[in-house]
Design a protein around this ligand. Structure first.
Ligand SMILES: NC(=O)c1ccc[n+]([C@@H]2O[C@H](COP(=O)([O-])OP(=O)(O)OC[C@H]3O[C@@H](n4cnc5c(N)ncnc54)[C@H](O)[C@@H]3O)[C@@H](O)[C@H]2O)c1
Length: 247
């Protein structure tokens, strides 16, 4: 199958956090296949190296930042080095976020999940954005359409959409902002879920009867970032196989 044409110009730069696994890796590989240069960020060195390797093997350009996106110095230095190496960053995919299973307290989790997105978005916005810049957050159906058992996970994913709506309303002269909301997505953090009794029960309520693949989510992210979506600003886009309409 030939690559879909999202209308990106070859050589433009996309920055993706959490690019060492799952949805972020898919977004990085699909973006590279579109001719974009990728600044891939992750705190997991092995995962990040593997994403970079796959991009290089297919002839793409990649720059990596190994570090925790919730650390402001990592963000400041990362943006600086991305621009020095690849040029101005037009597209930002704020994707990294802790798993609901992470042993975090409420305030710390919100600082990491929501605070890091604000810190990076502000640093990016202050870096001299090219015209047509756009940002997408990986939010979730959690918090926005369904309540999770873990309090901070729902609060942070809903909080991210609140931040997106603020940006869409007040920063549109600089960049467009949207949120993608995966449902159950087959990434390493949900390994074994589809086979579990709980997973089977969830799958029965998903009209498409399968989990999302990471590419299902990444394609929606690329669309929202792309010139094809140039009049889409402030939306919450569930990519959940229809799961939430059956709730
Ligand atoms: N998998 C799902 O079903 C699902 C559903 C809804 C939303 N999401 C969201 O999608 C995003 C990606 O999740 P995934 O399923 O691809 O998970 P994943 O675990 O496969 O990948 C996440 C990557 O992010 C990195 N990361 C995490 N925190 C980081 C930090 N502070 N700094 C730098 N890197 C960091 C991890 O090292 C990992 O490589 C997350 O925000 C998650 O909440 C996932």
């Amino acid at each position: 199958m030939s690559e879909p044409n999202f209308g990106f110009r070859p050589g433009e730069v996309i920055l993706i956090t959490g690019a060492g696994s799952g949805i972020g890796r898919s977004a990085a590989l699909l973006a590279s296949a579109q001719g974009l240069q990728v600044s891939a960020w992750d705190l997991n060195e092995a995962g990040l190296d593997e994403t970079a390797r796959q991009i290089r093997v297919s002839g793409g350009e990649v720059h990596t930042v190994l570090g925790d996106v919730s650390a402001p110095d990592v963000v400041a230095q990362g943006i600086e080095s991305a621009i020095a190496e690849l040029g101005p960053v037009r597209y930002l995919h704020n994707n990294a976020g802790p798993s609901a299973g992470a042993p975090l307290g409420f305030e710390e989790a919100l600082r990491i999940s929501v605070g890091s997105v604000r810190t990076l978005t502000e640093a990016w916005a202050g870096s001299g954005l090219p015209k047509g810049a756009a940002m997408v957050v990986t939010s979730s159906v959690a918090g926005n359409l369904v309540g999770t058992e873990v309090d901070w996970y729902s609060a942070s994913k809903a909080g991210l959409m609140g931040y997106v709506r603020h940006l869409a309303a007040h920063r549109a002269a600089e960049f467009r902002s949207n949120g993608v909301a995966p449902g159950m997505t087959d990434t390493p953090r949900l390994q074994g879920f589809a086979e579990s009794a709980r997973g089977q029960a969830v799958l029965e309520r998903i009209p498409l009867r399968r989990m999302a693949s990471p590419d299902d989510i990444a394609n929606a992210v690329l669309f929202l970032l792309s010139p094809l979506a140039s009049y889409i600003n402030g939306v919450f886009l569930p990519v959940d196989g229809g799961w939430t309409v059956t709730q």
